[in-house]
Ligand binder design. Structure first.
Ligand code: 4AZ
Length: 231
């Protein structure tokens, strides 16, 4: 997260970090006690048994109270790794992630996209600037503004296609997601409306962050079907 602030995990209890062979790679959101919503590009081409999901810890380098193996993951069948169209995956945990008995700290996938100009909350352990190689220890968040689709298409015109499974958000030149935030949540009114997906650099004035649109019809269909069958 660039231009945000440190928080504790209690403020974003649905946020998890995803590790591949014990190395932090991405964020994710608990959408049920058994399932994590993340980006397809975080898991695509890898094996489920190489991942673990860490929940309930604010710091990357503390032992999380909840660590689960990943049983299986489901990548959207129409995910396109060349242009990040449909960058969505659902990971099924080996056993449910519950804190105190009866307490689950999950978040509902939103059914309406966030409106243009709405402020949404991004969070994660991604780097705090393009130049930084190491992720911060403490989880961070920032509030960024959803851009009108045409404004985003104009920003990326000739460089990349902004598909109907994407939306853009930023405080241009100031606040953005960055490397390591991928897969993590974009929250609007208590629901997860986006997934950190891609962008050209981080917090560049000309290039907003691009997010998978959870409520877009093709993404929503994948999430609903997968949750119905496996979560
Ligand atoms: C990344 O590499 C990444 N500024 C995530 C988000 C953005 C750029 C890069 C958006 O994971």
């Amino acid at each position: 997260i660039v231009g945000g602030q440190e928080v504790t995990i209690e403020l974003v209890p649905y946020l998890v970090n995803l590790r591949h062979r014990d190395v932090f790679i991405c964020g994710g959101s608990l959408i049920t006690s058994s399932c994590v919503l993340s980006a397809a590009h975080c898991v695509h081409g890898a094996q489920a048994q190489d991942f673990s999901v860490h929940a309930g810890a604010s710091r990357l380098n503390e032992n999380a109270p909840i660590v689960r193996d990943v049983n299986t993951f489901y990548v959207a069948p129409n995910y396109n790794p060349t242009n990040f169209d449909m960058d969505v995956a659902i990971l099924r945990l080996s056993t449910p992630a519950t804190r105190l008995p009866g307490q689950v700290t999950s978040i509902v996938p939103c059914s309406l996209p966030p409106p243009s100009n709405a402020y949404v909350r991004i969070s994660g352990w991604g780097v705090t600037s393009e130049e930084n190689r190491l992720p911060p220890s403490q989880v961070r968040t920032a509030n960024v503004r959803v851009l009108p689709t045409r404004e985003c298409q104009l920003a990326y015109a000739g460089l990349a296609k902004i598909s109907d499974s994407m939306f853009c958000a930023a405080i241009r030149g100031v606040k953005d997601s960055c490397s390591g935030d991928s897969g993590g949540p974009v929250v609007y009114r208590g629901q997860v409306c986006g997934i950190v997906s891609w962008g050209f650099g981080c917090a560049r004035a000309a290039f907003p962050g691009v997010y998978t649109s959870v409520a877009s019809p093709r993404v929503q269909h994948f999430i609903q079907q997968t949750m119905q069958d496996y979560c």
